[in-house]
Design a protein around this ligand. Structure first.
Ligand SMILES: Nc1nc2c(c(=O)[nH]1)N[C@H]1C(S)=C(S)[C@@H](COP(=O)(O)OP(=O)(O)OC[C@H]3O[C@@H](n4cnc5c(N)ncnc54)[C@H](O)[C@@H]3O)O[C@H]1N2
Ligand code: MOO
Length: 404
């Protein structure tokens, strides 16, 4: 039997055919977290002119080289209303923060250092050229590319794009993710489950994860373990033009695990089924026309962990991002770790800081892949690579923080 696919190889196969979705225009107020589909160049220079940084008087520095200079006030320059005249020798213009520096003036004396008497002003202190003046273009020049394609827009980027004079920005379309749960035993939360029934849970975490990664989600419901109903749900997903179809459950080898059979009947090209990880071994991936299919195992922990590791990168790729995976970071093991076998292990671990400020990751005691309560307590996944040797408590390890 061929060795099962490694996590890295599986991830490559999940994203290799995922091209960024087409661009669309998003108004700035709706663009937070969207990913730029094109470079963004400034449409204007900022500041557009030399501006005063203070409320005071715009003067010639040559007139105020010593304290007690006495000048004649020839006009007023509020922000947004430039002054037509020129400040000549012996003259000053009253100016306010953001006002355009009038011709002739090259420095600003703050009003705290000025005594005004009618048209005359006397300065208590000397000033130097350029003092309290914000030079034209100090922030950026027209034509400069300040935000690059592939960037996930932060709230600060929105302010910058606005200052660059863009009311809207080109962003990749949000991926549409269809979520399909399978299993005769599943009932929605809030009902009175009959004997042997299980409350449907995992789609709530996976849906929230997908939306937090910029996707729109479509709930395709729960289908029973029947081929015809599973096929019908897959057809619904196609009719709804989802970009990604995420199924949960029915991924294993049991008589009622029909998801792959139904997808094959609909023409899916299988990329892989089963990979060398724990939890999540029965993960399946393929393509159904333009739809990227991820078949996640039904166990709630397995489905969430595989969604974090594979759905997140797929959604990021579809939105044109290059930072596909959630970053891992160095931590200290909070307990002894056994040597690992050939599968990458993702241990649910609580996270804390030790007195030296180091991140400590302690695996929860029961690592069964059905357990949601420990998953809720875990702040991260402690990653054990294939064949990792034993680590004693206090030794180094790596963790992936789980999204909130
Ligand atoms: N003979 C074997 N049996 C199993 C194997 C195997 O290799 N050989 N793999 C095991 C592993 S590992 C996993 S993971 C599961 C995955 O199985 P399925 O994807 O087919 O999942 P189901 O059998 O449908 O469900 C498993 C478990 O999870 C519950 N479940 C399913 N969907 C949901 C949901 N949406 N919300 C909450 N809980 C859900 C379901 O009731 C089952 O208890 O297979 C092992 N078996
Ligand atoms: O891989 Mo299963 O996901 O171990 O429970």
């Amino acid at each position: 039997m061929a060795a099962p696919l490694s996590v890295a190889d599986a991830l490559f196969r999940v994203v290799e055919h995922a091209a960024p979705l087409p661009g669309e225009s998003a108004p700035l107020a709706q663009a937070h977290g969207r990913v730029l589909a094109a470079d963004l160049a400034a449409l204007r220079t900022q500041p557009p002119d030399d501006l005063s940084a203070m409320d005071g008087y715009a003067v010639r520095a040559a007139d105020v080289t010593a304290p007690n200079a006495r000048l004649t006030v020839i006009g007023e320059v509020p922000a947004g209303r430039p002054f037509d005249g020129t400040v000549g020798p012996g003259e000053a213009a009253r100016i306010f923060t953001g006002g355009v520096m009038p011709a002739g003036a090259d420095t600003v004396v703050v009003q705290e250092n000025a005594t005004r008497d009618g048209d005359t002003v006397v300065f208590g202190a000397a000033s130097l050229p350029g003092r309290h003046v914000r030079r034209k273009g100090r922030d950026f020049a027209a034509g400069s590319v300040l935000l690059h394609r592939g960037r996930k827009l932060t709230m600060r980027d929105l302010a910058l794009a606005a200052a660059m004079n863009h009311p809207a920005v080109p962003v990749h379309r949000r991926p549409r993710v269809g979520l399909l749960a399978t299993g005769d035993e599943l009932v929605p939360p809030g009902t009175e489950p009959g004997p042997g029934r299980i409350v449907y849970s995992n789609g709530f975490a996976i849906g929230a994860l997908a939306r937090s990664e910029g996707a729109e989600t479509l709930d395709l419901g729960i289908v029973p373990d029947r081929l015809d109903e599973t096929v019908a749900a897959i057809r619904r997903a196609r009719a709804e033009k989802v970009d990604v179809l995420v199924t949960t459950g029915g991924a294993s080898v049991g008589d009622y695990d029909l998801v792959q059979k139904a997808l094959a009947a609909e023409g899916m090209a299988l990329a892989f089924w089963k990979i060398a990880m724990r939890p999540g071994r029965p993960l399946m991936s393929g393509r159904l026309g333009d739809i990227h299919v991820l078949g996640l195992p039904g166990n709630p922990v397995s489905s969430f962990v595989t969604a974090v590791l594979f759905l997140v990168p797929l959604l990021r790729r579809l939105q044109g991002r290059d930072d596909l995976s959630l970053a891992d970071e160095v931590a200290v093991a909070g307990a002894d770790l056994k040597p690992n076998d050939e599968r990458t292990d993702y241990l649910r671990a609580t996270l804390a800081s030790d007195p030296e400020g180091r991140l400590v990751a302690t695996p929860v005691t029961d690592q069964d892949s059905s357990l949601l309560a420990p998953l809720g307590l875990a702040g991260g996944l402690l990653v054990r690579p294939p064949h990792a040797p034993a680590v004693t408590a206090g030794g180094p390890c790596r963790v992936i923080r789980l999204p909130a």
